[in-house]
Design a protein around this ligand. Structure first.
Ligand SMILES: [Zn+2]
Length: 473
């Protein structure tokens, strides 16, 4: 799998037609944490039309200090994900699943989608086969075990739990539970990679966000929210979850489970202002259950005599009782400091249990304040191709199509107007300008490009190019 999108290189190195490149990959940095946002149908499973249609995001959350990672909703193309991780020099510890829908965790497709045939997609099972851990929210485990044919139940992650990823911990922010057996459905867990992670090894678009990153699954999408009309989902619970997440620091970035908007991500503050579903949630559930303290850590800063940060990883040491000695060396996360007792509350990572510890029995784990990975490589500025080079590359792109691709192209249809929204035009610009904008690249020479294209295409290809379908893009 090639991860770096092909760049414009003239006819001889023209990219082949087996994948359509979109905009560059988004990489988000929070201190020493790097989160790769991978769009299914683009970075992963590029050849799967269903993946393109459902537009799921898979996230790779990388601890840049020890170069380990936890994937979120690893499905559709687990092999490709491991390929990406190995290109980055990163070891995947496992994957957390926001919920049990097949588009997020893989496994068998619902029979209504396949006219009763048994079809399965890569997902949690492939993580397990590769020796990775699989985590899921309460209530999702047994469904996932059957659907994904796991050999054992996923490790359960509840509200406020943390996942161990070296000196990084990943915080889980559960759906708001309204009592009763809340079945996940569309309202799902959110994972919040709090700590700091490296450089832009892929040469993609890097966004820094020190306030934190929130991976929302199908809870919040940019400008909307997950469906609650599906079996097992619950409108009330969705409103409570949306209201709850609206309480986060407004600078926290929301990384959604699907690409349903023009923006790949958005801030909590912007969603709070513009997302009508979140606004309905806020008005209908004005006092949702409190968020776990660790998830709010950046608002609180350092606490207690040691100045430990809430939400950060610590290690237990120096306990002398029999029970205490078993805890020595265990990692936990600071959830607060009780000044009346003079003790830190430390949530264990191995199990959801909070210990009250004297400051002497808590030591900080060297971590995330500084980032030891290289700074992002500056992309070398590339001169745009000349109109002639662009047109030669377009012709080569079509001439080099495989017979399969030719069949696919011959089925495409649509008027040829060369406008900026024209799918064929988008195809040529994304394939040949690496996602760039033709108007920006060519400026006043754009009409020349268009006229060259119409002159130079062999008539048989001209027909074919005149038939690209939006769905193919
Ligand atoms: Zn989904």
């Amino acid at each position: 799998m090639e991860h770096r999108p092909p760049r414009f290189g003239g006819p001889s190195t023209s990219p082949r037609m087996d994948r359509v490149e979109g905009p560059t990959t988004q990489v988000l940095q929070c201190g020493g944490v790097l989160v790769y946002q991978l769009l299914c149908g683009r970075e992963l499973a590029a050849d799967d039309p269903m993946a393109r249609q459902l537009a799921n995001y898979v996230y790779l959350v990388v601890n840049t200090h020890d170069r380990t990672a936890i994937a979120v909703d690893a499905a559709w193309d687990v092999e490709g994900l491991y390929g990406l991780a190995s290109a980055l020099g990163v070891t995947i510890r496992g994957a957390i699943y926001t919920h049990g829908h097949f588009d997020h965790c893989g496994g068998e497709l619902p029979p209504f989608m396949t006219r009763g045939r048994r079809v399965s997609k890569p997902g949690a099972r492939d993580i397990e086969v590769r020796g990775g851990r699989v985590w899921a929210g309460p209530g999702d485990g047994s469904q996932m075990t059957g659907q994904c044919q796991l050999s054992r139940q996923p490790l359960e992650v509840g509200d406020g739990d943390v996942l161990d990823c070296g000196d990084l911990v990943l915080h889980a922010t559960g759906r708001a539970r309204g009592g009763g057996a809340g079945k996940p459905g569309a309202a799902s867990e959110s994972a919040d990679p709090r700590l700091k992670m490296f450089g832009d090894a892929m040469g993609e678009t890097l966004t820094r966000c020190e306030a934190g990153l929130l991976i929302t699954g199908d809870t919040v999408f940019v400008g909307s929210c997950g469906r609650t009309d599906l079996p097992g989902s619950d409108q009330e619970q969705m409103f409570a979850s949306l209201s709850r997440l609206s309480k986060l620091d407004p600078s926290v970035l929301v990384l959604p489970g699907h690409n349903y908007s023009e923006l790949p991500f958005n801030s909590v503050g912007a969603e709070r202002a513009q997302n009508q579903m979140m606004r309905m949630g806020m008005s209908q559930k004005p006092s949702p259950p409190r968020l776990p303290p660790c998830v709010l850590c950046d608002n609180r800063g350092a606490c207690g005599p040691k100045g430990l940060k809430i939400g950060r990883k610590v290690r237990i040491k120096g306990l002398t009782s029999d029970a205490g000695r078993k805890l020595n060396g265990q990692p936990g996360v600071v959830t607060g400091f009780a000044s009346d007792k003079g003790r830190y509350a430390v949530r264990l990572i191995s199990r959801p249990e909070v210990k009250c510890l004297q400051p002497d029995n808590v030591e900080s784990v060297p971590s995330g304040e500084t980032c030891d990975a290289p700074e992002p490589e500056q992309k070398e500025a590339q001169a745009p191709p000349t109109p002639r080079e662009f047109v030669d590359a377009a012709i080569a792109l079509i001439d080099n199509a495989t017979s399969d691709e030719k069949v696919r192209m011959s089925r495409l249809e649509g008027p040829l107007d060369w406008g900026s929204r024209d799918p064929r035009w988008i195809l040529l610009t994304t394939r040949l300008l690496n996602g760039g904008n033709a108007r920006a690249a060519f400026g006043v020479a754009l009409p020349e490009v268009i006229s060259l294209l119409t002159q130079e295409f062999d008539p048989k290809w001209r027909t074919m190019v005149s038939e690209f379908l939006v769905s193919e893009l």
